[in-house]
Design a protein around this ligand. Structure first.
Ligand code: PMP
Length: 429
């Protein structure tokens, strides 16, 4: 028995499913999860001493790879000054300044401790501001595990085949409307059927949680126009895409400015941070400026803000990071597409910036229904074939790959070599 297997056996006795977040359990692909020991740059080392090139990067935060000196030094510097005060600090002000400078839609921002907290808080504010109860989300988008979002949810919920969770009350469910992604007629119909009742439309402007799905040309602009026309708050959930697809996120890349934005992952540099913000008149509803309540004992935590600030400042001062990520990711995604084509598989590869997915279907993937056409058993075999060759991918077809600046040309070649062999193995070719 390996150390990983041993730990997983123990974990299953103690922790539901043996993990603290469902996708980690490898349920969709079979087998036991790998327990990690350490990581540096592009490389993960597990508790048995095996090494893997990391294409998950903690599901997004490690855009500079693991343990970058710039972030570690900032945390080291902050460390001796206590781990929490529960009182305001200078760095919270500086981080807010930087977030507002970089993200087009932000005029005011509040820090929280996770993406889930950010989205839960944001919709409360949207409801408080508009006096309306309903929210609209898109099928297959994931916005954290808040009750309202566990309707037609993507990511782990979708992977486990439970996009609607028990424990969410009927009352909450009836206030969440869902329509297919990229479907303007369905969107218009839902708005028309619920006049002056929708507080907010929440969307992943580029979806990472059903695998990578791009907004159709003009879709975000149309959504923006509809929200303005109907007095609905447009909320971009940029927990994954923020500071990844561009310094100002997907809203900068596509030139569409929402009313509110949620952030997470990269803004904490690997420590637990989230944020929500937007127009000042909306954010002024939040306590103690306004009456919508939201609070947090550890919010604005000194280590988390030190890590986040260091990473964001680096990204701000080094825009060439995005040029590098674009080139590396194009090489990876185009290479993957070509290999699949050479093998007669013609699989779909979707990519935006440093996020991409290989879908095990030859049809285009523009929404959840399309993504579900993928050959999931073949994906599972591919995942394990890649793992065996030292490539660590997300253990689900319904997740994206996240590329870090630590992926060198040599590692791209390693990935592409493994990809060819693994596709052959997965299909018995
Ligand atoms: N929104 C999006 C778009 C996400 O991808 C995630 C997590 N992957 C969340 C919200 C929730 O963030 P967290 O896991 O930090 O609660």
């Amino acid at each position: 028995m390996t150390t990983s297997e041993n730990l997983f056996a123990r974990a299953q006795e103690l922790i539901p499913g043996g993990v603290n977040s469902p996708v980690r359990a490898f349920r969709a692909v079979g087998g036991a999860p790998i327990f990690m020991q350490s990581a540096a740059g592009a490389w993960l080392t597990d508790v048995d001493g095996n090494k893997y090139v990391d294409f998950i990067n903690s599901w997004g935060p490690m855009i500079l790879g693991h343990a970058p000196a710039v972030v570690l030094d900032a945390v080291r510097e902050a460390l001796p000054h206590s781990l929490s005060y529960g009182a305001p600090t200078r760095r919270e002000v500086e981080l807010a300044e930087l977030l507002i400078e970089m993200v087009p839609s932000l005029e005011k921002v509040r820090l929280v401790n996770s993406g889930t907290e950010a989205t839960m808080s944001a919709i409360r504010v949207a409801r408080g501001y508009t006096g309306r109860d309903k929210i609209l989300k898109f099928e297959g988008c994931y916005h954290g595990h808040g009750d309202s979002f566990l309707i037609a949810a993507g990511s782990g919920a979708l992977t486990l085949g439970a996009p609607d969770s028990p424990g969410v009350t009927e009352g909450v469910a009836k206030d969440t409307l869902t329509v297919p992604y990229n479907d303007v007629p369905a969107l218009k119909a839902a708005i028309a059927a619920n006049p002056e009742q929708i507080a907010t439309i929440i969307i992943e402007p580029v979806v990472g949680n059903m695998g990578l799905v791009e907004p159709a040309p003009g879709f975000l602009a149309e959504l923006r126009a509809l929200c303005t026309q109907h007095g609905i708050i447009l909320l971009f959930d940029e927990v994954m895409t923020g500071f990844r697809l561009a310094p100002g996120g997907a809203q900068q890349l596509y030139g569409v400015t929402p009313d509110m934005t949620t952030l997470g992952k990269i803004i904490g540099g690997g420590l637990p941070v989230g944020a929500y913000g937007g127009r000042a008149d909306i954010m002024n509803q939040v306590a103690p400026a306004g009456k919508v309540y939201q609070a947090g004992t550890l919010s604005g935590n000194p280590l988390a803000t030190a890590a986040g600030m260091a990473q964001l400042r680096y990204l701000h001062e080094h825009p060439e990071v995005y040029t590098q990520l674009e080139a590396t990711s194009a090489h990876l995604a185009d290479g993957t597409r070509q290999i699949a084509k050479d093998l007669g598989l013609n699989y779909t590869v979707n990519r935006v910036g440093s996020m991409f997915s290989l879908f095990f279907t030859s049809e285009p993937v523009n929404n959840l229904e399309d993504a579900k056409k993928a050959d999931l058993p073949a994906f599972g075999r591919y995942f394990h074939a890649m793992l065996k060759r030292g490539i660590y991918l997300a253990p689900s077809q319904f997740e994206a790959l996240f590329v870090s600046t630590s992926i060198t040309d040599e590692l791209v070649e390693k990935y592409l070599g493994a990809c060819r062999e693994s596709l052959l193995e997965a299909h018995g070719l």
